[in-house]
Design a protein around this ligand. Sequence first.
Ligand code: NI
Length: 195
Amino acid sequence: MENNFLENYKLEGEKLEIFTYPAPILKQIAKPVTEFNEDLRTLIKNMLFTMYHAPGIGLAAPQVGASIRMFVLDIWFDREKITHADGSEEYRLSEFSPMAIINPIFKSKTGEIIHEEGCLSVPGIYEDVKRAELVSIEFQDMFGNHHELDADELLSVCLQHENDHLDGIVFIERLSFLKKQLLEKKFLKQKLKKK
Ligand code: NI
């Protein structure tokens, strides 16, 4: 089998720009991946690098401007916040277990779980979202090989959150209309202030 860099992962790559809500690319339905080539693997590597440094536990291709059905995740890695004498902060990252999920298809969704979610495209906003508790998916890896995966708890939530990005849905759109409007206002205000 071809060498899978995810099994021997090294934190290297390039930091990509993360598009934030309401960027139009976040609302598009992403296209299936058809070519499993070096360009795809480079994108995966750079997305993981970007995700770990954010830091975040999941990042979907549309969030970095590529409207394709692919996301990366790692709910297991360790991050330790280091505060330097001059007050600057940095994260020390270790214990990586990255996954790249391509062309995911949900085969089943059962139960219900409420979990607090955040998103690198909606920084500073955290809210409880209702999702299926157990999911089972089929997906392809970066070489196009097919796999199946059953997930519960945080992994299940993460798969559903990231898959939503491929369908043009940001997590705040899973909330009630009023809540969504409130958060949207809050977020856009924060965004304006930062400019
Ligand atoms: Ni997200």
